[in-house]
Design a protein around this ligand. Structure first.
Ligand code: FAD
Ligand code: NAD
Length: 467
């Protein structure tokens, strides 16, 4: 039987990063993954493939909508979905192979197969050919991630009623797609197909899309996506989705409780994800779940069984790759006797629409509900020289600061490259900067980052320069 200091179950961004950090800290490390490739949801069917298709479809959108104004005449433009999927698959393959390389480089033993507890220090790995390996281990990290969720009446059949995984591999560009859920997946994958010519109808339970983000972002993104041709059916409660053979039929109740029927070629179910703990044999180790089905952990990501930890989508908090990674590093360093630090308030969130939406810290709604006295500075992207030069004029940057101390409490933006721009705010907030601190920093011209400075100027003294 192989013996390890640490065994990690699941090779997503949480698990594989935890493995690297444990190995760097001198632990004999094993990583268990049930699939043939490493990288989990994020690399195989999540972050990486969705961004690959978002980039391809954005190029197509630019050729068909913006090139002519830039003075570039292109004739007979055609979207080749097969090539887009092939390129996406190649990107995924390279990225997963990169993780394998990192495991080898760090002397991490990878065991492919389904991992489950025999007891708190013994793990069984059953490979696809049914061969079994038993591992003895001092500590364990559960990093088994999540799976798509669905509600009664909308169970995906993976043919016409699909989840993100099937949407990333569609062989055709649908004429019409219904998306249940106006959250991150629905709007990102809706954007991919919308840009390729699919009519996207979003059916959302809440009164607004991206309901947990700052209200201004929801409003601005709604405007942007409507301009792209999205239709929104808000406050609609889906009752039943049926595969009609050639398409789908969705029956929902609107806010007046009237029945509404919508039809399309495909229905993408994107109503959140649920923690994945199936087949892990928790009963053999005594690991407890909470009432949401997440592995229950304390502030050090330790379960009720002291040598077993859990990280990433399978525990509480945002279901994000970078959150999972930071938790992996946290546990590795905690086990090595260090005092790691993880600020959950400063985990940025991004939606990769175009323009992108990015956010860190508290929303206006959260701060108002907490009774905090705040001041808000906002700057429109269209007032930036860089935006006009590139013809990317949609969006706004919003900075919320403490009324009294001027400390930045939240930054929310819908802007070109917001995914990268948000990091200025994250760094500033990590060092507890005031809005004036950001406003007094010299920003390069012409860049989108000048919008951050201008929003900070607006927040601190209401004196933007360029508006
Ligand atoms: P996962 O990545 O889910 O990995 C868990 C792994 O554990 C899997 O490989 C699974 O096979 C394995 N496993 C499970 N049980 C066992 C077992 N018993 N034995 C062995 N192996 C097991 N997040 C972002 O931050 N940015 C994005 O742009 C982004 N885009 C996304 C797009 C889509 C379409 C989706 C679906 C998700 C996206 N996410 C994004 C979310 C991100 O993918 C997850 O937050 C992240 O993958 C969670 O990492 P994890 O390590 O906790 O789990
Ligand atoms: P989500 O929580 O972002 O959005 C789900 C949406 O569905 C919400 O707006 C919710 O109100 C709505 N909804 C819930 N039940 C409904 C119902 N019965 N009818 C209609 N609407 C309903 O979830 P998601 O988009 O499925 O994404 C899952 C997770 O994956 C998210 O937590 C997200 O963090 C992660 N993810 C992240 C990224 C990124 O970082 N760019 C991209 C994709 C996914």
């Amino acid at each position: 039987m192989s013996t390890y200091d640490i065994t990690i179950i699941g090779s997503g961004p949480g698990g594989y990063v935890a493995a690297i950090r444990c190995a760097q800290l001198g632990m004999k490390t094993a990583l268990i993954e049930k699939y043939d490739t490493l990288g989990g949801t994020c690399l195989n069917v999540g972050c990486i493939p969705s961004k690959a298709l978002l980039d391809s479809s954005e190029h197509f959108h630019n050729v068909t909508h913006n090139f002519a104004e830039h003075g570039i005449d292109v004739k007979e433009v055609k979207a080749n979905i097969e090539q887009m999927i092939n390129r996406k698959n190649a990107v995924v393959e390279q990225t997963c192979a990169g993780v394998k390389f990192l495991m080898d480089k760090n002397d991490i033993d990878v065991h492919h197969g389904l991992g489950s507890f025999i007891n708190k220090n013994t793990i069984k790995v059953v490979a696809t050919d049914k061969s079994e390996t038993t591992i003895s281990t001092k500590n364990v990290i559960i990093a088994t991630g999540s799976k798509p969720n669905f509600f009664p009446g909308m169970k995906p059949d993976k043919k016409r009623i699909i989840t993100s995984t099937e949407a990333l591999n569609l062989k055709e560009i649908p004429k019409k797609m219904l998306v249940i859920g106006g959250g991150v997946i629905g709007l990102e994958l809706g954007s991919v197909f919308g840009r390729l010519g699919t009519q996207i109808d979003v059916v959302e339970f809440a009164p607004k899309i991206i309901p947990t983000m700052d209200g201004t972002m929801s409003k601005e993104l709604t405007k942007v996506l409507k301009k792209e041709g999205f239709k929104f059916h808000l406050q609609h409660k889906v009752q039943k989705v049926t595969n009609t053979g050639k398409g789908v039929k969705v029956v929902a109740l609107n806010k007046k409780n009237e029945e509404v029927t919508l039809e399309a070629d495909y229905c993408l179910v994107a109503v959140g994800r649920k923690p994945f703990t199936q087949g892990l044999g928790f009963e053999n180790a005594g690991v407890k779940l909470n009432d949401k089905g997440q592995v229950e952990v304390n502030d050090n990501l330790q379960t009720n069984v002291p040598n077993i930890f859990a990280i990433g989508d399978v525990v509480r908090g945002a279901m994000l790759a970078h959150k999972a990674e930071e938790e992996g590093v946290y546990v590795a360093e905690f086990l090595a006797g260090q005092k790691p630090h993880l600020n959950y308030n400063l985990i940025p969130g991004v939606i990769y629409t175009w323009p992108e939406v990015a956010s860190v810290g508290k929303t206006e709604e959260e701060l108002k509900e907490a009774g905090k006295a705040i001041k808000i500075g906002q700057f429109p992207i269209k007032a930036l020289g860089r935006a006009r030069a590139s013809m990317d004029t949609l969006g706004t940057i919003k900075i919320i600061a403490d009324e009294e101390t001027d400390e930045v409490l939240g930054v929310h933006m819908i802007a070109p490259r917001a995914a990268d721009l948000i990091m200025e705010a994250v760094v500033a907030m990590e060092y507890r900067a005031s809005a004036e601190d950001i406003a007094r920093i010299c920003h390069p011209h012409p860049t989108y980052s000048e919008g951050v400075k201008e929003a900070a100027l607006s927040a601190t003294e209401n004196r933007p320069l360029h508006i």
